[in-house]
Design a protein. Sequence first.
Length: 226
Amino acid sequence: MFLPELQIEKLIFQPQLDFNALELKLDLVKHLNKDGDFTNINWLNTPGPIYTTFTDNCGTGQVEAIDNVSGDEDYHEVIFKQPFNEKELDETLSAALCDPFGSYYFDGNLNWNADSVLNWWNRSEERASYIMARYKDELELPEQPHISHWKIGDKVFAGQLFGPPRPMPENYKTWLDFYQFGLKQYLEWYIQKLQNLQISLPIFKYDWKYKLELDKLYKLNFPKKV
């Protein structure tokens, strides 16, 4: 089931986020951007309460929240899956905290509606092809260094963190897995949550054969992550 757990649903999927409730639970929230900038949302963000605009591109978000945050071709961060459990919420907020530009926002529920979600859904094929290209690019990167790391002398640094200096194709695989198996169910649920409307989105028809080829390459070259 690609749906939020009940405690997360009550916490961040209300029509308007209750920051007081969040702050009681997560000290990270007091450091985050509470102003909206929805007009500048990155087109790759999946509809939901949290979204990004123009983050930094040192890769820390992917390291912090690999199941929820990914990057575009320049590694600017996007929310590809909203947090569905407490662990994912903690990690997504940590990713937001690491962004020096303050480009994670939390007013998505005030801006999304059935029409805008449908319009977003209708571009799913375009996004899937884009993500597939990123997945392929990541698989073809040399083992070191990853774009989120840089080298000073003999030391490899990873933004504000010290994560693994390697490509992260599993991040893009997880993104595509969600598109393939859970996105439609989640968006229909989200529309109902926002507007109490039961809508069946059009079937997302996409040829996933190329993804199977990339998944095989991933298993071959990154066996420890499978």
